[in-house]
Design a protein around this ligand. Structure first.
Ligand code: AMP
Length: 211
């Protein structure tokens, strides 16, 4: 079986979508597209889009569908037939727009409960320079302030505070979880248990993709 190459990772915040998508991209050559990473970059560069998105993101709510489609549509088209989408689509409207841009081969839902999400995200740290993701509880770096790979400073995302995390989970349940049924109906969906370790989830993803 040849590798399935137009892939969406679904799941609540903190389920491991970013970690898994980065690894898939590094090891298979698929293009990793994360709407969250693109938005954080817009915020860091203080662009018009970044200024518009920042308040929404800090509250843990969703950036309007029109802005998201304008930002990601061209990138997906440019990636052709090899991409892994992380954090997109997040609403049924986005999923319907995506259908007009590209067909998909596989949608993988990494499931995690609300309590597990809170425990994980309050301990999450990200490298400012290379974007590598650490967890002070489950995957601690030897120095809690420094990236083991590139030496960059580790930081806590503004939206990884407990009150914001709880709101993000509510938003996920209301606006994103309906995509599980949406893709189930289209026979594209595989469900994985996000409580398995990162390596185990990765191995399961590779099996689903036929790698
Ligand atoms: P993430 O890194 O995927 O957790 O995204 C961080 C934040 O960026 C989210 O809480 C939203 O505010 C915003 N965001 C990311 N992707 C999307 C999307 N596809 N639609 C709407 N908002 C998004």
């Amino acid at each position: 079986m040849s590798l399935l190459t137009r892939v969406v990772l679904l799941g609540p915040p903190g389920a491991g979508k970013g970690t898994q998508a980065k690894r898939i991209a590094a090891e298979t050559g698929l293009v990793h597209l994360s709407t969250g990473d693109i938005l954080r970059d817009e915020v860091a560069r203080d662009t018009d889009l970044g200024r518009e998105a920042k308040g929404v993101m800090d509250r843990g709510e969703l950036v309007p569908d029109g802005l998201i489609m304008g930002m990601i549509g061209g990138r997906i088209a440019a990636a052709g037939s090899g991409f892994v989408l992380d954090g997109f689509p997040r609403t049924v409207a986005q999923a319907k727009s995506l259908e007009t841009i590209s067909p998909l081969d596989s949608v993988i839902n990494i499931d995690l409960s609300r309590d597990e999400v809170v425990a994980r995200l309050t301990a999450r740290r990200v490298c400012k320079d290379c974007g590598r993701i650490y967890n002070l509880a489950f995957r601690p770096p030897s120095d809690p302030a420094k990236c083991e790979v590139c030496g960059g400073a580790l930081f806590q995302r503004d939206d990884d505070r407990e009150d914001v995390i709880r709101n993000r989970y509510n938003v996920y349940e209301k606006q994103t979880a309906p995509l599980i049924a949406f893709y189930g109906e289209r026979k594209l969906l595989t469900e994985l248990d996000g409580r398995a370790g990162s390596d185990e989830v990765y191995a399961q993803i590779l099996r689903v993709l036929g790698a």
